[in-house]
Design a protein around this ligand. Structure first.
Ligand SMILES: [Zn+2]
Length: 107
């Protein structure tokens, strides 16, 4: 069973599907450019005609298949445990507010 460790700890992933079955983790596959997010545009028009320096305006970038799999695991984790993650985020926010209140009272 594939697992992922995040905000609510290590969990088995129910909806994870290998995005590239049969490929090695070191094989390369295209994904959105990390600089421009896949748009191909970055910065003002006066510089390199507004094109992204990293992908030269294509919006594409090669990643290891292992990176694509990590993203897919992360997405499955957020999908499978959306309610628990939201509850945990709420709990953390409440604790933060309580702590701020405590510090405030003390000062
Ligand atoms: Zn780019």
């Amino acid at each position: 069973m594939t697992t992922f460790t995040g905000l609510i700890g290590k969990k088995p992933l129910l909806s994870y599907v290998d995005p590239f079955p049969g490929l090695l983790g070191t094989d390369k596959r295209c994904g959105p450019c990390p600089r421009c997010g896949g748009s191909g545009e970055f910065g003002p028009r006066c510089v390199y005609n507004g094109r992204c320096f990293q992908c030269h305006g294509s919006g594409n970038w090669n990643y290891n298949v292992s990176t694509h799999r990590r993203w897919a695991r992360q997405e499955a984790y957020q999908r499978d445990y959306a309610e628990e993650i939201a509850a945990k985020q709420h709990e953390l926010r409440e604790a933060e507010i309580a702590h701020a209140q405590l510090v405030n009272d003390w000062l």
